[in-house]
Design a protein around this ligand. Structure first.
Ligand code: DAS
Length: 331
């Protein structure tokens, strides 16, 4: 039994400390897996690949799509699953990006650490062990890309990083975790709905990393919309994180409507959970008004995941109808 493991950096891979220049990602995949007690007893051969060791803030769409392609090749060559170790900061976005294009039944499991290896109670080894167990388990199949930390199994579609330091930071506020790892057993309690994988625009984004630029604008109290004006000239799409169920100050409504004539503009909620509405409020700047002006309803997708989906679609050359249909499916 062979599981491919890709090491991309993050807190799980740092070394150094006070008296040095601070912690930086340095440990290799072999270092990370060597620190995991019990992993050799699983009977799983880990095929470890060091892609890069960076803070996850530096990861790009093109690099992540390359990792997914390499994991896909590993599965086609007989791996029963794949694990990606990376920083937790952008993991909710990278895992969702991977989920959107992952075509296999075999699990693709993302993990990381909140306590670095120099600290008492570092959680990296336990998270890697749990991730490998899920990647090697029949129960991990047909679930798409997963995030496994703190012995919880989350669907990439729903997971959020919800705390800046807690080891229990990953949560799926709209759906709850899919399952848990209990005494080493993978227990899956719910199955996420899967969709046809989207085409991967890896080649186009590798050639032009600035292609399909998507802005994310978080609406705030007394927002005068000045920042939105820059979006028209610099971006190919926009995600708006509106108040509550998808509302903006009335002064912004015509600006957003004008933008929506030139580029896809997706309406989401800045609240962190729950859906934007379609058909309840009627004031200028309400969800009904904005949808009438041509904005796309983001549904249950949070602003970060909506941005991932919109950029992936734009980079693949999707037109308006395809974009609306994809948000209707995934949102
Ligand atoms: N250093 C951060 C990152 O690379 C945090 C982490 O890994 O948890 O995302």
């Amino acid at each position: 039994m062979n599981v491919a493991l890709f090491a991309l950096g993050g807190t799980i891979s740092v070394s150094g400390g006070p008296g040095h220049d601070g912690l930086v990602p340095r440990l290799t995949g072999a270092d990370i897996t060597a620190a995991v007690p019990g992993v050799t007893e699983l009977g799983v051969k880990l095929d470890v690949r060091d892609t890069q060791a960076v803070p996850s803030a530096n990861l790009t769409f093109a690099e992540m799509l390359d990792v997914v392609a390499a994991a896909s090749t590993a599965v086609r060559n007989g791996a029963i699953g794949a694990v990606v170790t990376q920083g937790t900061d952008t993991l909710e976005e990278t895992a969702f990006l991977a989920d959107l294009v992952w075509p296999h039944e075999e699990p693709l499991v993302f993990t990381g650490a909140m306590r670095n290896p120099t600290l008492a109670g570092a959680d990296g080894p336990a998270n890697v062990l749990a991730a490998v167990r899920v990647a090697a388990s029949d129960h991990g199949r047909s679930l798409g890309a997963l995030v496994v930390l703190n012995d919880e199994i989350h669907a990439a579609r729903w997971v959020r990083k919800a705390h800046s330091t807690s080891t229990a930071t990953f949560a799926s506020p709209n759906a709850g975790p899919l399952g848990q790892v209990v005494e080493g057993r993978v227990r899956v309690l719910a199955m996420p709905r899967r969709h046809e994988p989207l085409p991967s625009p890896a080649g186009r984004l590798a050639e032009r990393p600035d292609a399909a630029r998507v802005a994310l604008h978080v609406v705030a109290l007394d927002d005068d919309g000045a920042l939105l004006r820059a979006v028209a000239d610099t971006c190919d799409g926009l995600v708006v994180a509106g108040f509550g169920v998808g509302h903006v100050p009335s002064a912004l409504a015509p600006e957003l409507g004008a933008l929506a004539e030139h580029m896809p503009v997706v309406l989401t909620s800045r609240t962190g959970s729950g859906s934007v509405l379609r058909n309840t409020y009627g004031a200028v700047g309400s969800e009904r008004d904005l949808l009438r002006r041509g904005l796309v309803n983001g549904g249950l997708l949070d602003p970060y995941k909506a941005r991932v989906l919109l950029r992936l679609l734009l980079a693949s050359g999707a037109g308006r109808e395809e974009i609306s249909a994809a948000f209707a499916r995934h949102g």
